[in-house]
Design a protein. Sequence first.
Length: 373
Amino acid sequence: MTIETGVLERYSAGAAAIQTDLCCPVDYDRELLAILPQEIIEKDYGCGDPSRYVKKGDVVLDLGSGSGKICYMAAQLVGDQGKVIGVDMNDDMLALARKYQSEMAQKLGSNRVAFVKGQIQDLALDLSAMNEHLAQYPIQKAEDIISLRAWQEKQRLESPLIGDNSIDLVVSNCVLNLVHDSDKEQLIREIFRVVKPGGRVAISDIICDERVPEHLKQNQHLWSGCISGALQELDFLDAFSKAGFIAVSYDKWESRPWQVVEGLEFRSVTITAVKPEHEPCIDKGHAVIYRGPYSEVYDDDGHVYLRGQRMAVCERTFRLLTGETYATDFIGILPAQEIEGKPWDCATGTLRPAAATKGGLHQNTCSPGGGCC
Ligand SMILES: C[S@@+](CC[C@H](N)C(=O)[O-])C[C@H]1O[C@@H](n2cnc3c(N)ncnc32)[C@H](O)[C@@H]1O
């Protein structure tokens, strides 16, 4: 049995009957659970609650949607202008999630949730379309595999399951660890591909305090049980930074491990990150002040921000640092007068003299703890 077939079997069983050993206690928002069918709530194999990060109007993608619990919770938060797509590779899980689709559409007031068949490490490939193709062109000889590969390439390009830059928020609940180690890098590249510039990810998953040794990875039961496929706690964050995400952070960190195996601690966490905007860096005279408490901090591009100093930033960085993600850390100072922008050519750590910013509007002036006058 391979890792994939082990995972398929385990979650087919999980769709048929509740698997108590796959349940990790999570404190979901009771109000959002109130309209969910009991079967969906009971067949919950998540380890966190990424629905907390959903905003009104978002297009949300849930990786490994299982019974559809997070999708149906998110659907209440996106409102009728938003949309939720759940992707899963398991037919039994997809059938379970779809079983309640029309009932939920009635309760929600519109059909804003879709469940699609795909592997989360290959979000361009539509596995339902591939099944239809295979019904017409079954594989009978080695050459058919070559033809199938060509069909897959064309399908990925011409009608991808999830298009480039199409998602506001990617969520996932206890699934990334199930993907084969050799596919994990591609998985995170795929997440990056589908998120819109400026879009976000909120991933709840299991991580390990040390790298998991090979003999535990070979244990099918531990792998399909969301344990031995877990990434080490720093490797998990680094994988997202390496793919190009910024503001990569541990938002939730469960202090009590969910499982301890051979002394290794496996715990539930939620990480959040942002896909940067692809705009040129134009200097128009903006500045930011890092509030503290640290004497200095660095961003993902290696720029330093000294506590209390007016640091010169380009317009794009200004928007990022004064936007929602970092709003509590930085005060923004707009240029007093509109000046013609020029491509950014300042060294990191360049200060903006007070004289150059005097009279400019200040943003995010309230301290995180309140205290505005
Ligand atoms: C631990 S369950 C989590 C289900 C759901 N997110 C929840 O919160 O209850 C893992 C789910 O991910 C699906 N899954 C695992 N590996 C996958 C992959 N590579 N591609 C797509 N789905 C996958 C499984 O079929 C299963 O439904």
